[in-house]
Every structure is written in C-alpha cells, then in structure tokens.
Ligand binder design. Sequence first.
Ligand SMILES: Cc1cc2nc3c(=O)[nH]c(=O)nc-3n(C[C@H](O)[C@H](O)[C@H](O)COP(=O)(O)O)c2cc1C
Length: 312
Amino acid sequence: MGSIDCYLQHPVWLAPMAGVTDKAFRTICLRHGAGLTYSEMVSAAGLHYGGSRTAELFEPAPEERHIAIQLFGSDPALMAEAAATVERALDGRLAFIDVNMGCPVRKVAGKGEGSALMKTPDLAARIVSRMVETVSVPVTAKIRSGWETGEVTAPAFARTLEDAGASLVAVHGRSARQMYRGVADWDVIAQVKDAVSIPVVGSGDVFSREDVGRMFATCGVDAVMVARGSRGNPWIFGPAAPTQIERVDTMREHFELFCTFFGTEHLSPLRSQLAWYVKGVPGAAEVRKALSEACEVRDFERIFDEGERRAR
Ligand SMILES: Cc1cc2nc3c(=O)[nH]c(=O)nc-3n(C[C@H](O)[C@H](O)[C@H](O)COP(=O)(O)O)c2cc1C
C-alpha cells in the first residue's frame, strides 16, 4: 500500500468541487501553493458504461505530479472496477482514491450514493474494503457530520471506514440535510480526529489564511481543505494577498490554461469562474457584467486589458 504521509507535509489542500476544480483551476491552485489537488467527483457507473467524457474528469494536468481522484457510486464491484481503471490510467501519478460520501444532491443521494452512504455504513464499509482489496494505492473517504442535522454520526462512521481499510478520512462539518447552509460544525471534525487513528482532513468554512490556522489549532486535523474559499482566491494557499495587477494577471492565466486544456469553443464556464476573482473589488459589478456577455477569446482579452489598464 502506498503512503499518504508525504501529502501531509504540505497540508493545505484544494477540496474537490464539481464544476469548479477542473485542470485549469487546479493548476492555478498548485502554482499558488496547494499541497494536493482532488479531481471533480467521477461516476463509477459512468466509467463502466464507457464515457470518454467521464475519463476526462480524472486526467491530471501536466503540472500535477500527483492527484487524488474522487469516485462516487454505491455498488462495491463497480467502485472497485472504477478504482482499478483509474489506477491503470494514472500509473504513478495517483496519490489515492477517495470515495464521495458527502454529496447531498438528490440525483446522487437519491440513488444511495454520496452522502446517502452515511445511512448505510455496512455498504459504505463493503465499498471501501472491496476497493482496498483491488488497488494498491490508499483508499480514502470524504464524509459529512451526518445525514440529519443535529445527529452526529461521523465519528462512529469514520471508525467503521477505518476498520474497513480506509487510509484517511476528510470531514465536512455539515449534515447532508444542511447542504451548504448554516455554519460548519468544527467540533464534529475534532470528534472524528479523536475517534480514529488514521489521518483526518477538515473541511467547511475555510475562507482565509486565518481560518486555515484556526482549523488546525481547534480541530487538531492533519490537513485542511479549502473549497469555496479558493474560488477566485488561490492566494489562500500562500502567505500574501494579491495586488490588483496580480488579480488581473491570474484571471488571464486561468483563462489561458482553460483554453489550452479545453479549447476556445466553449468558454461559458469561465464567465462565473473568473467573476470570483473580482468579488469585493471596486468595479466588480461592471467586470461581472462584461464577463457574463463574453463569448469569444477577444471579449475576455478586452476585459483583462481594461483591468490591467485600471490597475496600473
Ligand atoms: C460547487 C461545489 C462543488 C462541490 N463538489 C464536491 C465534490 O464533487 N465532491 C466532494 O466531496 N465535495 C464537493 N463539494 C464540497 C466541498 O469539497 C467542501 O467540503 C464544502 O464546500 C465545505 O467547504 P467550504 O465551506 O469551505 O466550502 C463541493 C462544494 C461546492 C461549493
């Protein structure tokens, strides 16, 4: 079995975010100091039924020497098969395979996948143990505090996963019912840390460098994951806040990486991804409007040129 310890040497990680953590954004976060990146969640069934588009979701970016791949599904055999497929495809670049046990959306949880696995711990354990038997990289899981709000099942659930062979558990301190509402309960994260002897990663409401430090101090976790706090703000992985010109340059860099990886035909995902960079910045409304209307490369370039002119 491979070891996770080397990834814990740089313990501020980019969390998996479907629709956000594509190759372009992951590269930006790596360049700013993220210790490890996760793929967007990848469907085990999707892989089995052969979509090449599904396989694209776990392709590492050139600068990603290692990447964690997250799978979702509820069939132990299909999950093990998907893990083997990913391991073969990524060869030595696979840090570990993570099982999504936290996604609350109906399309996923309604089928017994994602966060619904927290209601079926025996099945969750069978998935993990089957995957551990099948691949040689570590198998990990990302969970929530529990299914129902106020019902904290994560510590016992994490122990079950540890017994099944999981090498690490990441905990988002919200219940599945809560989705992304309210405040994340960091106390649950600390309770999970106390309950298991495998490394624990904390997730939830990490929006600044100070939050990163506070989570380490109050939860005693082995690593901290940054999710929403990284959107348009890769500087959260490093020590310094950006200048105006760095902000614009990074938007351009993100845009250029996206074009390199995905071509220039479908640029619409960039409208919202780039708008995050101007959150709270003077003139943001105007930039957001221009981005929402941008279609072609030159529309985006005009926005960056104007941003640079103003920043100088
Ligand atoms: C847009 C979006 C997509 C997400 N997609 C995933 C996912 O694919 N897999 C996963 O385990 N968590 C996913 N998450 C949850 C995050 O990884 C993280 O645990 C959660 O947002 C809490 O952290 P935060 O409060 O710092 O954002 C997603 C969150 C957001 C906002």
